[in-house]
Each structure stands twice: as C-alpha cells, then as structure tokens.
Design a protein around this ligand. Structure first.
Ligand code: ADP
Length: 662
C-alpha cells in the first residue's frame, strides 16, 4: 500500500480523500494556495504545504509547484481529485517521470479521451452507439457548415478539447449556423487552445446517464452500476442518483456493457466514468471522464464500496478487490451539491465568511463537506461547499430523506442553494422521473422560493431578534445576577410595550411591531396592518416556536451583527435589522437599561461606586457608531458596581453598571 499521499486539490474532495487515506493508515499531505490558508482541507491533513498565490494557475494548476511540494513532503503518490489537473495527461506523465505514483489512469488513456473527436470516432468503430453528426479532420469553417447542413438541425457544436460544458453552441435555425461556428471556434481557441470542433445532433430534453467503471493493471475490468445526472443547470450537475431510474433492464445491461467496451478499448486503469445521453429509446456515447467524479458517492452508497480505497489499491499495483459477479447493488442513493450561490438572484456566486455551516446528522445520510462554520469561501474557485447523500431502500425513500436532510442544513453568511434543491427533490417532475437536462433551465420558476416572506415568518424573525438580544450573555461580574434591567420589556410590567422592528430582505423592508404584555409577547402587527395574536412563544438556543393565531410555527435562527438569519423548513432568510443597534440603543438608554447592545468606548463615568443617585442622573456616556449615548439611572439608588472605566472598550451586550434600588 501507498505510505504517503499528497492530494493536489482542495475543498470537499481533498477532505474526502484524506478520510479514506487516514482509515488505511496512509500519511496525508495537503497543498494550499494563499486563498485556502487554514481551510478545512489543510486542517484535515497530517501536513500542509503552501504552493502559491490564490489564482489556480499559480497554485492548483501549477505542475512544477505541486511536484516540488511532493518532493519536500516525501509524498510517494499524488491523488488529483477532480477538476484542476485531474484530466491533464502532462501532469500524469510528469508524476511518472518524477517517480511519483499518479492515482489515476496512465497519461495515454487520458489522451485517448482528451479529444472528443478521437474518442467518438474510436467508440463508433468499436460498435458503441454515438449521435450522428460530424467528427472529422476537415476543420475549415466552410467544411463544417457543409457537414452541418447535411447532418440537419438542430445541432450542438462542441469544442473537441472541451470540458465543463464550456464553449458549446446550439444551432436551431440555418440562419444561426455561420455565426455559431465562428463563435465556437473562437471560444474553443481561447478556452482550450485548440479550435477543433465536433458537430452532433442536438437532443432537446435527454437524460444524462453514466456508468462507473474500474480497471486495474492486471487487465481486470468491472462496472459499478449506472447513475442518472440529468438534474443540471446550464450543463452543471446538481442532483445525481444511482441507479438510473426507469431504465428498461435490457437497455441497462447494454449500457453497462458498452461502458466496459469503452474502458477496454483504451486500456483504461483506475476509476472512470462513461457518459451517455438517453433520449427515451436509445443511449449515445458522449464522453469518458478519466477521473473520480463528484458523484462517485452515490455509487458508494449502493455498492457499499470505497472508490478512493480502490483507486489507491489499483495505484499500488493490487488487483481489483471484487469480480463483476461479486459486485452487489442495493437500494437507491441521491446526492445534492450544496453550492455557494444565490438561487433567488440568478445563481450569483457568493463568497465570504460562513457565519454558520451546520451539516445534517441523520440516519442513512452522508455528508462530504469542505467547509465548516467560521471558514471563508474564497471567490476564486468553484462554488461547491459540500455534498449531501441519502440512501433509501427505494428512490422515493432516498428522495424524502435527502429533502429532509437539506432542510436540516443551516448555513449563514454566504448564499447557498440547499432549500432550492429540496424543492426540486419534492417536485412531482423529479419524483415521477420526468426530469431531463433541460428541466432547471426551462422551468426555473417552478422551483423558486417565495418572493415575499409570509407575515408569520416576519413575526418569527422579529421575535428571534428580540429574544436573541435578551439572551446575549451578561459581562463577567454581572454573571448570575438576573438583573431586571437586562430585560427591556420588564420596565413596563403593567402596560403593553410596543417594540418596533424593521427587517429588510432582498431589498424590501418590512415593519413588524411586537406587543408585549406582562413581559410576554401577545400580538404582532405587520406593515401596520395585519395584526396577529401570539401565544406560547418559546425561544431557546437558536430555535424559536410561536403560535401565531391558530397555527404553531417553528424556525431556527441566529443573530450576527445586524443580521437575523432565520431558517424555516422551506426557506432560509437573511434579514437585516435596519440600523437596529442605534435604535435599540436609544430605546434602551431611554428606558434606563444598563447594558449596551452595541460595542463602543466609554467616554466618561461621572459616578463612583457607593454613590447615591437620583432617577435620571447620568451614569455613563458611551460613544458608539459615531454617536454619544447617555446612560441614565432608571430609578433612585446606589451605584453597586461599575464594570467599565473611562476609555474602556465595551463589547456588545455588556452590562455596564449595577444599581441597587433605594
Ligand atoms: P463537457 O465535456 O464540456 O462536459 P459534454 O459533451 O460532456 O461536454 O456535454 C456536457 C453536457 O451538455 C451534457 O451533460 C448535456 O447536458 C449537454 N449535451 C452534450 N451533448 C448534447 C447533445 N448532443 N444534445 C443535447 N445536449 C447535449
């Protein structure tokens, strides 16, 4: 077995590979760019080596630096993960030349699949179904236009050296053809340094079905079943499952056999994926990915195997652990990709510090995470934060479990897509296997969240804000003294207190007024109109429940600065309390509160311990948010303790002084 493994990757896949390596007693080495210093994958490795600046070209794509890192750390093998250098034959060759084991296929097998033209031609010759079109050597634009006309429209034009769905053009009308070919040529040149193009019949709404294959250096080949990855947005997979649902058995058998033909044809070694399009009647070879896929986890869930372990064993020269007859598939598994992007704003990528990243912990649910609470999501790499995989005895059970797991995921500080993914999993189209690769692009609106929060949600957010403020821990010294002055609403025990909140979300501001009576919330009005009766409000450790009119509502929440993060089952909200702390502060100071809800600096303390004061006398002046705020005595009494002296910084929520009533 390999003794020391370097993972030339980051994020969830690096963490996932380390997990298997550690289980096998392999020493682990991470590499990181400046954008990833301290990131989760570096924390989970035995050792971490800096390889360069944030741009991938200067770090994760720099072959020389990665090989240097392998040398200095004494790595015997390199696992490339997916993306970055994983399908780069020069990298595989450079590893071999440096005497380092590349955990993946040999460079020649990668090269054989590197060009879609070569791959398609070889596969057609080997008897694997391919879509009609043109995959020839004549690459003049006029030649291509002629071929396109004889093949017929609609067509898809693909860069032969392409990947990741980049640079593809769809031509539906004859009039678009010339411009589309020219655009594809330019994009292919600039993105892949190779202008060669492939023409293929365009299928309007096919399913994407693929087969996991595995081979060793002893000539053994097995498939580990199929997957359906049709739930894509702009050709990026988002939900993947194993096995592919609703496939006629004879067709499934032919598909798996075809995948093995492809693998044998190029003398493949290690884990690989053969991708096909399925139009409802026939399947067509699309390409082979010569690496571990993001979605390998669903295959692991239904086979009970660890594909990274298999890769390491094969790389060490061992034979495949199982023969085809010994491979057993059980149940159904579905994976969802949690990405840092905003589904409500055109999937705009999101970056920054994760105030919270709480992954679900549930039976039959696996989480492959690359980020934890407090981690920073850099803006220079892909948006994948982690994956959630649910297993079930059947597809329905797996989908229900995954939806529940997505709703038990709590993230804040960065926009994420888990609630949106849950809506897809619960949609009849997905459940009835009516999905295809065009679904999310054509019917995006079907899965959109609510445009305006319901009044109940706004009330919960205001209650959360209020309870959260009260729950802020008192400063040291005040600990254990349950001072009534910490409770704003306790000052008016006999009159209903009205506490206004102004919450904004996605550019809209909502006014919510909470009505407290006898220290309890009894009603709330939203936008000065809808008045709702409140009962049985309870808040504890980030969770709030309230009976609003007749129905019970529940949500999780977290306060961070001016943000009120609120999670209901269906949606995640990031409310901004409009200038809340300044308003809060004045309210608090006016009613005589002796805590500060915002951080600041003590300007002066005109009183001393033991001093008798009258109601309304100035006790302390604090500067915060560029304004001075005066703390006055709410009643006559004696100054018992002063927690902060002049010039001291006070953290938000601190108790400032204690006053013993006369
Ligand atoms: P890449 O290597 O850039 O990922 P692929 O050839 O694998 O390109 O295609 C990526 C995606 O593009 C597929 O998953 C599918 O959604 C779509 N696609 C590819 N070929 C066709 C086709 N002939 N008709 C319709 N959609 C296609």
């Amino acid at each position: 077995m390999i003794k020391t493994l370097l993972v030339a990757n980051r994020g969830e896949i690096a963490c996932r590979i380390f997990r298997t390596a550690k289980r096998l007693g392999v020493r682990t080495i991470a590499v990181y760019s400046d954008a990833d210093a301290g990131s989760r994958h570096t924390r989970e490795a035995g050792e971490a080596v800096r390889i360069g600046a944030a741009p991938a070209r200067e770090s994760y794509l720099d072959i020389t630096r990665i090989l240097d890192a392998a040398r200095v750390s004494g790595a015997q093998a390199i696992h490339p993960g997916y993306g970055f250098l994983s399908e780069n034959p020069q990298f595989a060759q450079a590893c071999a030349d440096a005497g380092i084991i590349f955990v993946g296929p040999p460079a020649r097998a990668m090269s054989a699949m590197g060009s879609k033209i070569v791959a398609k031609t070889r596969m057609r010759a080997a008897g694997v179904p391919v879509l009609p079109g043109y995959a020839g050597a004549e690459q003049g634009l006029d030649e291509l236009a002629r071929e396109a006309r004889s093949a017929g429209l609609p067509l898809i034009i693909k860069p032969a050296a392409g990947g990741g769905g980049k640079g593809m053009q769809i031509v539906r009308e004859e009039s678009e053809l010339t411009a589309a070919l020219a655009a594809a040529r330019r994009l292919a040149q600039s993105a892949f340094g190779d202008g060669a193009l492939l023409l293929e019949r365009y299928l309007a709404a096919p399913r994407h079905i693929e087969v996991q294959v595995f081979a060793d250096t002893h000539g053994n080949f097995v498939h580990l079943g199929d997957r359906d990855c049709s739930t894509q947005r702009r050709h990026q997979k988002l939900i993947e499952e194993a096995p592919a649902p609703s496939l006629p058995e004879p067709l499934r058998e032919r598909l798996r056999a075809a995948a093995l033909v492809v693998a044998r044809e190029i003398g493949y070694v290690s884990a690989g994926t053969v991708e096909f399009l399925f139009d409802g009647h026939e399947f067509y070879f699309m390409e082979m990915n010569t690496r571990l896929q993001v979605e390998h986890t669903v295959t692991e869930a239904v086979t009970g195997l660890d594909l990274v372990e298999w890769q390491l064993r094969v790389a060490a020269g061992e034979a495949l652990p199982l023969s085809q007859e010994q491979v057993r598939l059980e149940g159904h598994a579905i994976e969802a990709r949690i990405c840092a992007e905003d589904p409500e704003r055109g999937f705009l990528p999101s970056a920054g510090r994760l105030q919270r990243m709480e992954w679900p912990q549930m039976e039959a649910v696996r989480v492959d995470a690359g980020f934890a609470t407090g981690d920073t999501v850099p803006d220079c790499y892909d948006s994948l934060l982690g994956k959630i995989i649910a297993w079930g005895r059947n597809r329905e059970e797996a989908a229900a479990r995954l939806a529940a797991a997505l709703k038990a995921t709590y993230s804040a500080g960065v926009h994420t897509n888990e609630r949106w993914l849950a809506r897809i999993l619960e949609s009849p189209r997905f459940l009835k296997v009516r999905h295809n690769i065009a679904l999310l692009d054509k019917s995006a609106a079907e899965f959109a969240g609510s445009a305006t929060p319901l009044p109940e949600v706004l009330v919960l957010a205001a209650l959360a804000a209020h309870h959260g403020e009260k729950a802020r821990p008192p400063a040291a010294g005040a600990a254990g003294t349950a001072s009534p002055w910490d409770l704003r609403d306790a000052f008016t025990p006999n009159l209903p207190a009205l506490i206004p909140y102004s919450l904004s979300w996605r550019g809209e501001t909502y006014a919510v007024e909470l009505e407290y009576s006898g220290g309890k919330p009894t009603a709330a009005s939203v936008a000065g109109r809808t008045r709702l009766a409140l009962n049985n409000v309870a808040a504890e450790s980030g969770s709030i429940t309230a009976q609003v009119e007749a129905r019970r509502h529940q949500a999780r929440y977290q306060l961070a600065g001016a943000h009120v993060y609120l999670w209901t089952a269906d949606e995640q909200y990031d409310f901004l309390l409009e200038d809340p702390r300044t308003r809060e502060f004045s309210a608090s100071a006016a009613s005589g509160g002796l805590t500060t809800p915002l951080p600041g600096v003590v300007v002066s303390v005109p009183v001393a311990v033991g001093q008798k004061v009258t109601a309304g006398e100035v006790l302390m002046v604090i500067e915060a948010m560029k304004m001075e705020h005066t703390i006055t005595a709410p009643y006559a009494g004696t100054v018992a303790t002063i927690h902060f002296s002049q010039g001291a910084r006070v953290p938000e929520g601190s108790a400032l002084l204690e006053l013993t009533p006369q």
